[in-house]
Ligand binder design. Structure first.
Ligand SMILES: [Zn+2]
Ligand SMILES: [Zn+2]
Length: 193
C-alpha cells in the first residue's frame, strides 16, 4: 500500500483538486483495506475487492483511487444514501467492513486548528492528523453478493418487451407476464420530449 501522502497526491490528480474530501476518502479507504488485510488493491489483490459507497461527493473519487474499484469494472457500487460511508467486501475471505466518518470529526477539526479560518484548510490538515478512532466508526458486516453483482459476471442479454433496448445483469423486471426494463416498468428518471 502506498503512503497516505502518495495516495492523497494521486487522489488530487484524479479528482481535479485537493480538498478535505480527498484526505477523508483516502483515509477511509486505507482504514477499510487495512482492517481486511488487503495490501495491494490495485495490484495482486485487484480482483479481491468490491466497494459500496454511500455518497457521491469528493471523497467518493478518493475511495476509487485507493481501492482501484471502478463503476466500469462493476467493483464499485453506489448506494445513494447521502452518508459519508463505504463498505469494503473482501471476496476472498467473505469478510466485509463498513467505515463511516464520525459527525463529530468536523468539530474536532475546528478545535485542532482554530488558527486556520478556512474550514476546508482546517479539515484538510486535521483529517491527516486525527486518530482513526476520532475520525471513523467501523463495523464488521455481512454483504450478500448474488452472482450477477460480481465483476466479470456474464449472462445473456434480455431485451425489453416495450422499448426493445437490451438489459444486462438481471436488471429486468416482470410486469403482468412481460419482461421489461426498469424505465418501462415505471422507474423512469427522465421524460421523453
Ligand atoms: Zn473535492
Ligand atoms: Zn424498456
Amino acid at each position: 500500500m502506498l503512503s497516505l501522502d502518495a495516495l492523497i497526491r494521486e487522489a488530487e490528480i484524479a479528482h481535479g483538486h485537493l480538498c478535505a474530501g480527498q484526505v477523508l476518502g483516502v483515509r477511509l479507504a486505507m482504514l477499510g483495506l487495512a482492517k481486511l488485510g488487503v495490501e495491494d488493491p490495485r495490484g495482486k489483490d485487484r480482483k479481491r475487492l468490491v466497494t459500496f459507497v454511500e455518497i457521491d461527493r469528493c471523497a467518493t473519487d478518493a475511495i476509487g483511487v485507493v481501492t482501484g474499484c471502478r463503476l466500469g469494472k462493476r467493483a464499485l457500487k453506489f448506494r445513494d444514501w447521502g452518508k459519508m460511508a463505504a463498505t469494503f467486501v473482501d471476496l476472498e475471505s467473505g469478510k466485509a467492513i463498513r467505515v463511516a466518518a464520525k459527525e463529530s470529526s468536523k468539530k474536532l477539526a475546528s478545535e485542532m486548528h482554530p488558527e486556520l479560518e478556512n474550514k476546508n484548510q482546517q479539515q484538510m490538515l486535521a483529517y491527516r492528523e486525527m486518530k482513526d478512532d476520532d475520525l471513523f466508526s467501523t463495523q464488521w458486516v455481512k454483504v450478500e453478493l448474488p452472482p450477477e453483482e460480481f465483476p466479470g459476471y456474464k449472462a445473456e442479454r434480455i431485451v425489453c418487451a416495450e422499448c426493445g433496448e437490451g438489459i444486462n445483469f438481471r436488471r429486468e423486471v416482470e410486469r403482468e407476464g412481460r419482461v421489461l426494463c426498469r424505465a418501462c416498468a415505471g422507474e423512469k428518471y427522465y421524460e421523453v420530449l
